[in-house]
Write a protein that binds this ligand. Sequence first.
Ligand code: SF4
Length: 372
Amino acid sequence: MLDFVRGLAEKVLAGEWLNRSEASELIRVQGDDIPDLFYWANKIRIRFQGRNIRFCAIVAAKVGGCSEDCKFCAQSSHYSTARSAPDKLTDQKVLDSAEHAAAVGADSFGIVNSGRGPTRSELENWLAPLLRKIARNGKTRACATLGALTGETARFLFENGVRRINHNLETSERFYPSIVSTHPYSERLNTLRTARKAGLSLCSGGIFGMGESWEDRLDLIFTLRDIGVDVMPLNFLNAIAGTPLEHQPKLAPMECLKIISICRFIYPRVELKVAGGREVCLRDLQSWIFFAGADSTMIGDYLTTYGRSPQLDHQMVRDLGLDWQTYEDGPVEPTGEHPRISRISHTGRFNIPIIYEGEVAVRQDAVDMFRS
Ligand code: SF4
């Protein structure tokens, strides 16, 4: 057992937070010593998060046709992939997915839309009635992944029963311009701060395996800890044909597990959720995610790729002698009869207009500011 890993783990178990240089020491752990990280991360998980794990589920309600150019994403209209054309689920399919999510033990259920941000008409006419139904039903937490939010749209979601939003930072601020050029990192940070102000719980994490360095990974984890996110999803790149990252090699299973463990050391009290790429990157080592420090995972399908059957995940958890915690907060009564939002919203330090397709023209000068 490595003494310095034990020393850092004992510091975390005593309730102290690691600083950046201490976290950098953990990166040095290699080869046969990596399970030392798991051993301690597992103890930290149990101390701060308990033995039960959580599941969450999502549905891709609006897919494809996205104006943004995120290099990992199958839904960007900048690339030619199987999911880049726009499409939308029926209301009934979204509601059926929420029922199914609750039935398989998902503590939270997220409606996910492609695009930079939701349009006013999407929010008022399509999403609000669905979110109100799911919130009133009270079988699972109503979450939303809708892209950039303004103060007004974040409050609108809260008033319609949403209690958590997901908005991933994806990677470090330094590496971000290598992955996305159509909107700035500051907009993503701003959405998180805005959502928190509106009373929403924050789910935000990133994607690993896009060519980033360990320093980038630490930057991301520390930024998320500084913001105080409640849930941190860890995605491992499952490269999609047709995207610029299609030839990016998959991370090795032990590398994924090491990332999970280091996250747990740095941010002991977060719900650490293993999300996309679990099946393809971890393969036979999927069940190790909890031993490596995760206390949460997605169940069912991902946005544009398939997951495995919920029964296999139930069996995995039971075989480990663990159990999963289901949603306990009960029905959420939306506030405000029919909240409305105004036509144009701006976001970010530089007042960037959120691109409401069909409603607001894109100001090219505002977009160009971030390209120099
Ligand atoms: S904004 Fe979202 S949907 Fe659009 S390309 Fe980026 S990740 Fe994909």
